[in-house]
Design a protein around this ligand. Structure first.
Ligand code: PEP
Ligand code: MG
Length: 585
């Protein structure tokens, strides 16, 4: 096959080189992992046992069929039994387990996907319909397998000579919750047809620190299973079946990036202080408490954004089961304890838009403008109170700040504060401990909020700017839609004005202001934010050291006048020129 290149949107930096694994929507509902060499035969047995068990099941069904049952029913069971004895269904997945080390579910699904694609090509409608029988038989086996699944092993580090195929996931789309499932797995990169730079799927890919490119239009149709693929996560390009010389060049770039990363590692313990002596807080964005060790390892001085909704979201399109108060409390406490006395800012549930609680609930026409985040929580007071109690209880174990997403109206702030008061009272009544002086802050992520800051400052203790949504709502661009991704611009003068206004108003009022949207981790914008007066940056741990390096090389005295002038510009060319100047001072 000839090599070809696809262009999309870069979302997570670095170079990934590996073989494509096409992830079909149904395939996402089963676990995907590689089994170690010594466990391959056990995995083969797991699949053969499952097939035998389904065979028994079908035999029992057949013999227990009532005499008056319609004849088609018997024929139907016979067809399924026949399918299950076909070597194409039975032998091929075993071969896949042995040759590729896929887990049993994945091997079976790969083969079923392959067969169902072949059936789609058949002209005869009767034969084409037989595809459903194959899918149903596959489902039966999968159900048995899922019950016998082993706990997911962590990805084994590749050793020379090991069977360590580097795999790149290629999918039409991946939900943020599903993306999160890929942590610690064998995948080294992600390519999706859909998605924007700041979709939550992209954000999770960045937090996993895995090269990814989205908005690739029809990559999942053009790339075939097992194709060699290079992802250039900086340029947002994907090279399929690269020529050996191209592969060689990318391997060199990859090695260089690794060396640079290693060098950055030396800054872990260096405090983030500008050349003229100003200390900058570098905080971490996390999705789950398990992210805390990486945050500490990167030298974060706390957690600036714990996206608590990831504790709530269902995977693989399953209906989410809301975690109980105790389960939530354990997760929040785990994060607080892991951060060893450093503050943890927990954002209350921000579901909706591209983070639905469960996919079945996606009904709104414009979900980003619908019942999301605090709007959802205020509409579900019992659920909200449960979360507030859980967070408050965890505050007895270390410093927690409560962050509320998507506030725009004074009455929303007042209702939220009233509910926090109510949750505190409930805990007092139950004689449960919490920090009575817990700080409460607002995400500034709706332009209306940025334009009414006194309303927030009067009622709350701190502000955190969510630039991902602030840009989305200011420029009326769906952050998930790759077709308008080119319009998503943090340097639009309207965005710059709202950012600068929020930072300076907070500073004047003595109210701490952080930025926790993706711009905080973008080194091209570090100097700009410093010059606006920002002193708290919250980002994925993987971005922290590069931002720190930028801070160590910055001199506020030199930056501030350039930024002041930049903020007077409304012409893109003048802004671009000022940005260029900023990078040189
Ligand atoms: C934001 O909107 O910038 C933000 C940090 O929140 P999220 O990306 O989770 O919407
Ligand atoms: Mg947001």
């Amino acid at each position: 096959m000839a090599s070809f290149t696809l262009h999309g949107i870069p979302v997570s930096r670095g170079i990934a080189i590996g073989r494509a694994h096409l992830l079909k929507p149904a395939a996402r509902e089963v676990k995907h992992y590689l089994v170690a060499e010594e466990r391959v035969e056990a995995e083969v047995k797991r699949l053969t046992d499952a097939i035998a068990s389904v065979n028994d099941e079908l035999r029992t069904l057949r013999t227990e069929l009532p005499l008056d049952a319609p004849t088609e029913l018997g024929a139907f069971i016979d067809v399924h039994a026949l399918i299950l004895s076909d070597p194409i269904i039975v032998e091929e997945p075993l071969r896949i387990i042995r040759s590729r080390h896929y887990n049993a579910e994945w091997a079976l699904l790969s083969q079923i996907d392959e067969l169902s694609a072949q059936f789609d090509e058949i002209d005869d409608p009767y034969l084409r319909e037989r595809k459903n029988d194959i899918l149903q038989v596959g489902e039966r086996v999968l159900k048995v397998l899922t019950g016998s699944a082993q706990p997911l092993p962590p990805a084994a580090p590749a050793a020379p000579g090991d069977y360590a195929p580097q795999m790149i996931v290629v999918a039409h789309d991946i939900s943020p919750a599903d993306m999160l499932q890929f942590r610690d797995r064998a995948f080294v990169g992600f390519v999706t047809d859909l998605g924007g730079q700041n979709s939550h799927t992209a954000i999770v890919a960045r937090s996993l620190d895995i090269p990814a490119a989205v908005g690739m239009a029809n990559a999942s149709q053009l790339i075939a299973e097992d194709d060699w693929v290079i992802i250039d996560g900086d340029a947002g390009i994907v090279i399929v079946d690269p020529a050996p010389i191209v592969l060689e060049q990318y391997r060199e770039v990859q090695a260089k990036l690794m060396r640079e990363r290693k060098k950055l590692g030396k800054l872990k313990k260096t405090p983030a202080i500008t050349r003229d002596g100003t200390f900058i807080h570098l905080l971490a964005n996390i999705e789950l408490p398990d992210d805390c060790p990486a945050a500490l390892d990167a030298g974060a001085t706390g957690v600036g954004l714990f996206r608590s909704e990831f504790l709530f979201m269902g995977h693989g399109g399953q209906v989410a089961r809301l975690p109980s108060e105790d389960e939530q409390f354990e997760s929040y406490r785990k994060a607080v304890v892991a951060m060893k006395g450093r503050p943890v800012t927990i954002r209350t549930l921000d579901v909706g838009a591209d983070k639905p609680l469960d996919k079945a609930e996606e009904t709104a026409l414009n979900p980003a403008l619908g019942l999301r985040a605090i709007r959802y929580c205020l509409a579900e007071p019992q659920m909200f109170l449960t979360q507030l109690r859980a967070i408050l209880r965890a505050s007895a174990y270390g410093p927690i700040n409560l962050l509320i997403p998507m506030l725009a109206h004074a009455f929303e702030i007042d209702q939220t504060l009233a509910m926090i008061k109510q949750a505190k009272q409930q805990l007092l009544d139950a004689k449960k401990k919490f920090d009575p002086a817990i700080k409460v802050g607002a995400m500034i992520e709706i332009p209306a909020a940025a334009l009414t800051l006194p309303m927030f400052i009067k009622r709350l203790d701190f502000l955190s700017i969510g630039t991902n949504d602030l840009i989305q709502y200011t420029l009326a661009i769906d952050r998930v839609d790759h077709e308008v991704a080119h319009l998503y611009n943090p340097l639009h003068p309207a965005v710059l004005q709202l950012l600068a206004l929020t930072i300076s108003t907070g500073a004047k009022a003595g109210v701490p202001v952080a930025v926790c949207g993706e711009v905080a981790g973008d080194t091209k914008l570090t100097r700009l934010l410093l010059g606006m007066g920002l002193r708290e940056f919250s980002m994925h741990p993987a971005q922290l050291l590069s931002v720190k390096q930028e801070i160590l090389n910055s001199d506020l005295m030199l930056l501030e006048p350039v930024v002041k002038r930049l903020l007077k510009s409304y012409e893109p060319a003048a802004i671009a020129e000022a940005m260029e100047r900023l990078s040189l001072v």
